[in-house]
Design a binder for this molecule. Structure first.
Ligand SMILES: [Zn+2]
Length: 412
């Protein structure tokens, strides 16, 4: 497949007139006047910008069904009074349509890969494959439902080696999993060389609780169990000390920051400045659409930049370039993906319509992508397959209707 005459970003500048050649799920060439030997219809890239596909580093995609269901609350009452009671009713079919709705939205926001933690991971994996996205999926584990732990390894065995789905291990948090559960999760992850995906130090109450009961922060506690390593995606890390930051950096753990969810649930603002100084690989996630309430990494970039500038009064830090790097290259590093518009990289990308007013005057393109974009993703490609072209996603109407039915069933 050939994308003809598209603009790309090189050294921060818009470079028009490039062709991108794709074969077998990979980019094989980027240049001028390229020829495609296949019979595929070329994609007209004129007036469009190609970017590497975005990664949503943390979400609970099935919870897209719960968008707008429980706003204006803080984390623990939100979970205990609204989310957990409703989730007790969620079945596999709800998850399937919630995930498809979330995939639709991510395709529309140029997201080609996401990392998820939820119930019924097989239904999530199946629905994701049908939608064509790439994903790192973990079934959630916590002690309230002890049977979940036993389902982790069979799930990994079923999906290991899949082209699009990478199974992972998802202990919910250090405050919802016992030491025994966390050690077992680590053992499984080590055995399969899988990532661990965990919520960590999200609220001040969580951290105070650990300091009081164990004399350690949640980060130090996980380190004492051997969980901090380069296969860890530690989500949130809002309440972490400089010592925690240096420990995470030393162990090469990745942090997924979810600024909008943290702000909406009034959990706080993560000290990304200290994390970056310590050398932690930080990337971005939306969290579930029930605490965000959308799945836009573009919006997450802008909010992260302006929240960080204000929280630490560092107007010159968290530049558009730094945030863009966090959302693209840091995310690719965290998940071990070869992403970028270059030969050999995965053919995961989005084409954005540059003829939208928020991209004009055409000056600083990275700044426009971080601060001013308000839509315009036109085409999304994953693993060399076109999932959306000219804004059209086949089957969209059915997914919207089914999601509505499932929401009504859950809330009736
Ligand atoms: Zn979460």
């Amino acid at each position: 497949m050939l994308i003809k005459d598209v603009s790309i970003i090189e050294s921060g500048q818009l470079q028009p007139g490039r062709d991108i050649l794709i074969d077998g799920g990979k980019i094989t060439n980027v240049g001028r006047d390229l020829r495609d030997e296949s019979d595929d219809e070329p994609i007209d890239g004129r007036g469009k910008l190609a970017i590497p596909g975005l990664i949503n580093g943390h979400t609970h995609l099935a919870m897209t069904l719960l968008r707008g269901y429980a706003d204006d609350m803080e984390l623990m009452p939100w979970l205990q009074e609204k989310i957990w009671p409703l989730e007790a009713k969620i079945n596999e079919e709800d998850v399937r349509w919630g995930v498809k709705l979330g995939c639709l939205e991510q395709i529309r926001f140029g997201i080609t890969c996401y990392s998820d933690m939820y119930y019924f991971p097989d239904a999530t994996a199946q629905a994701t494959k049908e939608m064509g996205l790439r994903a790192f999926l973990s079934g959630v584990v916590f002690d309230m439902k002890p049977e979940l732990l036993g389902q982790v390894e069979p799930f990994i065995r079923r999906w290991k080696g899949d082209e699009l789905i990478t199974p992972a291990v998802g202990p919910h948090a250090a405050y919802t999993c016992s030491e025994e559960t966390l050690l077992k999760a680590k053992e499984i992850a080590d055995r399969h060389d899988a990532m661990i995906h965990i919520h960590l130090s999200e609220t001040r109450e969580e951290v105070d609780g650990f300091l009081l009961s164990k004399g350690k922060s949640p980060v130090e506690y996980l380190d004492s169990l051997g969980l901090l390593n380069s296969r860890l995606a530690a989500v949130h890390c809002v309440w972490i000390s400089p010592e925690d930051c240096y420990l995470l950096a030393e162990r090469k753990a990745n942090v997924v920051s979810c600024t909008e969810s943290n702000l909406k649930l009034t959990s706080g603002i993560a000290p990304l400045n200290t994390m970056m100084k310590a050398g932690i690989n930080v990337c971005l996630g939306t969290d579930g659409a029930s605490s965000n309430n959308n799945l836009s990494i573009f919006e997450e970039m802008k909010t992260t930049a302006i929240a960080q500038k204000n929280a630490y009064h560092t107007p010159a830090d968290f530049s558009a370039e730094q945030i863009w790097h966090m959302a693209t290259e840091n995310a690719a590093q965290a998940f071990g993906l070869n992403l970028g518009l270059r030969p050999g990289a995965l053919a995961d990308m989005a084409l954005i319509d540059l003829k939208k007013p928020w991209f004009w005057p055409q000056s600083n393109i990275i700044s426009h992508l971080v601060y001013s974009i308000a839509g315009g993703v036109d085409t999304t490609i994953v693993n060399g397959k076109v999932l959306m072209q000219n804004g059209v996603i086949p089957g969209e109407e059915e997914i919207l209707q089914k999601a509505q039915e499932r929401f009504l069933r859950l809330t009736s």
